[in-house]
Design a binder for this molecule. Structure first.
Ligand code: MLT
Length: 227
């Protein structure tokens, strides 16, 4: 049964894996102005057998929830971003204990602002996520020390006509993640910033390759610290 409530100060929804046949959890991170219910349907389409964990961003900008402060569109407050990234990681740790999740099988699915904080978690807390699907992400920050993402699979889904994220920005993020050792797939759609059914279909196919529902196989390689 789905649970909603507050944990580590995050309003969130948790939907357990329907038949306990999968140990995969999707961490769903909405875009600016969204909430914890936004991506539940997308999550179910991406991985019908997975558990879904969906926190609402704590920062409110003109009434719109998001995960960290920004100074203007695409211009982030670096200190707030770092602090919020660690705060979100703390929430994931608490949720892992509370809901008995497999800590090494958590895959982030983020859209826009949610993709940006997911990328920040990859860069600042590199062992937290087993992989990530980032819809329309930017480079959230460049870490002082390069993290070791060692084989973690990441899908970047970008729009050729995105007015918020230019193609060069997507390429920059791809290079940064590859430099950190992630295995990055880049998917382009001839579209803008909004999510399309084609993005979801591509992400579903990619996820099925990384974590086949049938055998509950590992994402990337050996997990938990040894990548
Ligand atoms: C952000 O603030 O994360 C980006 O500008 C994307 C957005 O949420 O509009």
């Amino acid at each position: 049964m789905s649970e909603s409530g507050e944990l580590s100060g995050f309003i969130h929804r948790f939907v357990p894996a329907p038949e306990s046949t999968s140990s995969l959890t999707l961490l769903l991170l909405h875009g600016t102005g969204g909430d914890e219910t936004d991506l539940l349907g997308v999550g179910r389409q991406l991985a019908p057998a997975a558990a879904l964990l969906s926190p609402r961003g704590k920062v409110v900008e003109n009434g719109m929830p998001r995960y960290f402060r920004r100074l203007a569109e695409g211009v982030f407050d670096p200190e707030d971003l770092r602090a919020r990234t660690h705060e979100l990681a703390g929430f994931v740790e608490s949720a892992t204990r509370r809901y008995g999740l497999a800590a090494d099988r958590i895959v982030a699915v983020g859209f826009s602002n949610g993709a940006n904080i997911a990328a920040s978690v990859l860069l600042l807390r590199p062992t937290m996520l087993a992989g990530a699907i980032l819809f329309r992400p930017m480079v959230p920050l460049v870490p002082e020390t390069m993290p070791h993402l060692q084989g973690r699979p990441v899908l970047l889904a970008a729009g050729r006509r995105d007015s918020i994220v230019r193609p060069e920005e997507t390429e920059r993020l791809r290079r940064l993640l590859v430099q950190a050792g992630a295995v990055v797939a880049l998917h382009w759609e001839q579209t803008g910033h909004g999510l399309t059914p084609a993005d979801i279909a591509a992400a579903r196919a990619w996820l099925e390759e990384q974590a086949p529902a049938r055998c509950d196989g590992p994402l990337g390689r050996d997990v938990k610290g040894n990548r």
